[in-house]
Ligand binder design. Structure first.
Ligand code: SAM
Length: 290
């Protein structure tokens, strides 16, 4: 598992290991053999990950690395890597660094030229998107929305016109409030899909217009419990946008052509709009007053 077996001074490899988001069978054989092969496992919560290791029958030294001590602990991990030991990083669930600790460590490891290798696997955001039935060609994952109402509203307002599918993580305590705000800010008709308790016994998808989805959650006795991924259909592209641009270009040509020679007008507007000079020349001729 060393980074470069031909190098005399081999540094260790930092493995970023994805772990299950609910169903333990989702842990890949490669994740398991990687955890069994490293010298040290850095974990967001050593007690939590300790249970996973126990389930796998793996006993390894562990080091707690979480948001509050990452800078300091990263230095310790980097020293061990530089000394030639392989280290695995795991978070409580899913893929480390995805709304989880690890960024400081990975960034620093790369800056020091150390090998960082992902062991891919579960990720709530990807799992939710893959089964939601929303467009996945373009999506914007924005982690957790702010906990405070006002800041959350502003964050949603900034995304109102975003045409990519939007994906967030949300805590069960705020899920109803967040859905209500999505409806207020983005309109009650905006399509929303919530993925709850993915890969677990009570896995549920609630889908529908933002104004109705909270009714489905409220009608379900377990509705607001468990973990949630919130997905929102991107804003519809405004079909009139293209025409509006054409109208503006026409208006510009009209105004300029009344004052300047057609050739000059075509040159200026081509520069401004990036459109073809020949095409604008023809259009300017059409719009030129008699
Ligand atoms: N790193 C993780 C990943 O790869 O998905 C995410 C960690 S983040 C701290 C935890 C959040 O992910 C939860 O609050 C919830 O929004 C979402 N999440 C994690 N597991 C989930 C599951 N089984 N079903 C739905 N959402 C889940």
């Amino acid at each position: 598992m060393k980074s470069d077996p031909s190098s005399p001074e081999r540094s260790g490899t930092l493995y970023i290991v994805a772990t299950p988001i609910g169903n333990l069978e989702d842990l890949s054989p490669r994740a398991s053999s990687t955890l069994a092969g490293v010298s040290l496992i850095a974990a967001e919560d050593t007690r939590h990950s300790g249970r996973l290791l126990q389930f796998l029958g793996i006993q390894k030294p562990m080091l707690a690395l979480h948001d509050h001590n990452e800078r300091n602990r990263a230095a310790q991990v980097l020293d061990r890597l530089e000394a030639g030991e392989d280290v695995a990083l795991v978070s409580d669930a899913g893929t480390p660094l995805i709304s989880d600790p690890g960024y400081v460590l990975v960034r620093e490891a790369r800056e020091r030229g150390l090998r960082v290798s992902p062991i891919p696997g579960p990720c709530a955001m990807v799992a939710a998107l893959s089964a939601a039935g929303l467009p996945t060609d373009r999506f914007l994952f924005a982690g957790f929305l702010p906990a405070k109402r006002g800041a959350r509203r502003s964050a949603l307002e900034e995304l109102v016109t975003e045409t990519a599918t939007l994906v967030f993580y949300e805590s069960p305590h705020r899920i109803l409030e967040t859905v209500a705000q999505i409806s207020e800010v983005m309109g009650s008709g905006r399509e929303v899909v919530l993925g709850r308790e993915l890969t677990k016994t009570f896995e549920t998808f609630y889908a529908g217009p933002a104004g109705d989805v909270s009714n489905s959650i409220e009608a379900d006795p377990n509705g607001a419990r468990g973990e949630f991924v919130v997905m929102i259909h991107g804003a519809k592209r405004n079909p009139e946008q293209g025409d509006a641009e054409a109208v503006d270009t026409d208006r510009l040509l009209q105004l300029l052509v009344a004052e300047l020679p057609v050739k000059k007008v075509a040159k200026i507007v081509a520069e401004l709009t990036g459109r073809s000079k020949n095409e604008l020349y023809q259009r300017a001729l059409e719009l030129k007053p008699e």
